[in-house]
Design a protein around this ligand. Structure first.
Ligand SMILES: Cc1ncc(COP(=O)(O)O)c(C=O)c1O
Length: 490
C-alpha cells in the first residue's frame, strides 16, 4: 500500500474540496468578520512588531462587541457568576449577600449543584420562569408561559434553529424568508446555509430607515413567482440601521403577516438600547393588544440576548426565545431539535437569569447595579447623538439619527473615479473606501455592501461603542479621511 493511501489520500486527492463540499456553506458570507478584519488583525501584528504606520493602534469599530471596546462588565453579574463557578467564594465577605443568595438558587437548580453539569435542553426551569416573569412585566402584564421559553446559545443559535424549522421545499416550492435590506448578515448567511430563498425588503433611508408595509407587499408578491414565502424577519431596534419601530408600524407588520400567512421572527436583542424620545414596543405586546383575532393566530418567535443592551456580555453566549402560537406538534419537534445539542452553556443561562431578574430596590447590590447600568446606557445615548451630529457636518456623508441599537449606517457619496478604481481592483466601491480608511487611519469599519443596500448607494457601518473621547477622535479622523478621499478621486 502506498504511503498516500495509508494517510487516507488516494490518487484523486482530497475527499473534501471546494467542488465537493456543501455548496450552501460556500455561499455563506459574513461581512462583519470579513477581509477587512483579517487585514486589521495583520496591521495590529505589524504594529506590535514595530512597523511604522500613520496610526498607533487599530480601532475595531466593525463589531458590536462592547467589552472588546473597553466597556466594564456589570459587577453584580460577574460576582454571581464567580460564586457559581467557584462556590468556595461563598465564604468570602467581599460578596454582597444578595449575590450569594442568587448563586445558591441557581446552583440548587443545577445537576449535582454544579454549573459544570448539562441542564435540560430547553434551559434551567427556574430561569425560564424568571424569563417569563420578565416578559410579563416588560409587556404590561401580557401573560408569558415558561413552557414557551427556550434558553439559547446567544440569540444567533435560536434564530438559526427557528429558520431550520421553517425551511424546506425544492425549486418553486422552496421556503422564502423576508429580511430587511440593509440586514444583519446572520440572516443572509443562515438562509444561504439552509438553502432557503432570501426575499429582500428595503428599509426607507429617506425616512430614518423606517419600514413601509407597501414595500413588504411588493417584495412578497414578487417572491411568490419563484418560492413560497413563509417567514418575515424584523430587527427592532435595527442593526445596522439603528431605527426604532413605532407601535403603529409594528401593528401594520403584524396585520401584514396575518394576511400573508407568514411566521414572524422578531429580533429584539437591542430592546434596552433606545435613545432620545423613542420607545421600544415588543412584538409580543403589540400582538396581544391587537386582540384574539391576532394573538391566538399569528405565529411569533422573539429573541433576546445577553450580548447587547447595557450588558455587552457577548462571550457568555446567553439568550432566549419565546415562541407564540406554535403548532404543538412543531413545538415538540423544536424541543427535539434543541435536545440534540444537549443544552446551551450554563454560564450564559445564569447570566440571562440575572438580566431578567436584576437586583431589587431592597437588595444590597441594587444601587451599584443601577448606577452601572445607567452609565452605560446614558453614554450610548450621548454617543448616538454625537455620531449623528459630527457625521452630518461632513460634505458627502449623510447620517440618519441613531434612534437605537449601537451602530450608525451613514450614506457616503463616492466620486466616480473611486468607483472606477474599485471596479478595476474587483472590489465593491465601499469596500475599497473602507480598506483605504483602514490602511490610512487604522479604523476598521464594515462596508455597506456587506449588509445590502440600494443599487448605486454606498454606506459603511460603524459601532458607537468606543469610549466617548475615543469616539470623538474616530469620528473626526473618518471625517478628515472622507474629505481627503473625495479630493483625491475628484
Ligand atoms: C440584530 C442581531 N441579532 C442577533 C445578534 C446575535 O447576537 P448573539 O451574540 O446573542 O448571538 C446580533 C449580534 O450582533 C444582532 O445584531
Amino acid at each position: 500500500m502506498s504511503e498516500k493511501a495509508v494517510n487516507g489520500l488516494c490518487s484523486q486527492g482530497k475527499v473534501l474540496t471546494l467542488d465537493t463540499m456543501n455548496p450552501n456553506v460556500r455561499r455563506v458570507e459574513y461581512a462583519v468578520r470579513g477581509p477587512l478584519v483579517q487585514r486589521a488583525l495583520q496591521l495590529e501584528k505589524e504594529l506590535k512588531e514595530g512597523a511604522k504606520k500613520p496610526f498607533t493602534e487599530v480601532i475595531k469599530a466593525n463589531i458590536g462587541d462592547a467589552q472588546a471596546m473597553g466597556q466594564k462588565p456589570i459587577t453584580f453579574f460577574r460576582q454571581v457568576l464567580a460564586l457559581c463557578s467557584y462556590p468556595d467564594l461563598m465564604e468570602n465577605d467581599n460578596f454582597p449577600e444578595d449575590t450569594k443568595i442568587r448563586a445558591r438558587r441557581v446552583l440548587q437548580a443545577c445537576g449535582g449543584q454544579s454549573i459544570g453539569a448539562y441542564s435540560a435542553s430547553q434551559g434551567i426551569e427556574c430561569i425560564r420562569q424568571d424569563v417569563a416573569r420578565y416578559i410579563e412585566k416588560r409587556d404590561g402584564g401580557v401573560p408569558s408561559n415558561p413552557d414557551n421559553i427556550y434558553l439559547s446559545t446567544g440569540a444567533s443559535d435560536a434564530i438559526v434553529t427557528i429558520l431550520k424549522l421553517l425551511v424546506g421545499g425544492e425549486g418553486r416550492t422552496r421556503t422564502g424568508v423576508m429580511i430587511s435590506i440593509p440586514q444583519y448578515p446572520l440572516y443572509s448567511a443562515a438562509l444561504a446555509d439552509l438553502g432557503a430563498v432570501q426575499i429582500n425588503y428595503y428599509l426607507d433611508e429617506d425616512n430614518c430607515w423606517s419600514l413601509d408595509v407597501k414595500e413588504l407587499r411588493r417584495a412578497v408578491n414578487e417572491a411568490r413567482q419563484h418560492c413560497i414565502p413563509r417567514c418575515l424577519c424584523i430587527i427592532n431596534p435595527g442593526n445596522p440601521t439603528g431605527q426604532v419601530q413605532s407601535r403603529q408600524c409594528i401593528e401594520d407588520v403584524i396585520r401584514f403577516a396575518k394576511e400573508e400567512h407568514l411566521f414572524l421572527m422578531a429580533d429584539e436583542v437591542y430592546q434596552d438600547n433606545v435613545y432620545k424620545d423613542n420607545k421600544f414596543h415588543s412584538f409580543k405586546k403589540v400582538l396581544f393588544e391587537m386582540g384574539p383575532e391576532y394573538s391566538s393566530t399569528v405565529e411569533l418567535a422573539s429573541f433576546h440576548s445577553t450580548s447587547k443592551c447595557y450588558m455587552g456580555e457577548c462571550g457568555f453566549r446567553g439568550g432566549y426565545m419565546e415562541v407564540i402560537n406554535l403548532d404543538p406538534e412543531v413545538k415538540a419537534q423544536l424541543t427535539k431539535l434543541v435536545s440534540v445539542r444537549l443544552c446551551s452553556p450554563i454560564c450564559g443561562q445564569v447570566l440571562m437569569d440575572l438580566v431578567v431578574n436584576p437586583p431589587q430596590p431592597d437588595e444590597p447590590s441594587h444601587t451599584s447595579f443601577m448606577k452601572e447600568r445607567k452609565l452605560v446606557l446614558s453614554n450610548l445615548a450621548e454617543k448616538a447623538k454625537l455620531t449623528e451630529e459630527i457625521f452630518n457636518t461632513v460634505p458627502g456623508i449623510t447620517c440618519n439619527p441613531v434612534q437605537g441599537a449601537m451602530y450608525t449606517f451613514p450614506r457616503i457619496t463616492l466620486p466616480q473615479k473611486a468607483i472606477d478604481k474599485a471596479k478595476e481592483e474587483k472590489v465593491e466601491p465601499d469596500m475599497f473606501y473602507c480598506m483605504r480608511l483602514l490602511e490610512e487611519e487604522g479604523i476598521c469599519l464594515v462596508p455597506g455592501s456587506g449588509f445590502g443596500q440600494k443599487n448605486g448607494t454606498f454606506h459603511f457601518r460603524m459601532t458607537i461603542l468606543p469610549p466617548i473621547e475615543k469616539l470623538k477622535a474616530v469620528l473626526q479622523r473618518i471625517s478628515d479621511f472622507h474629505v481627503r478621499f473625495t479630493k483625491e478621486f475628484s
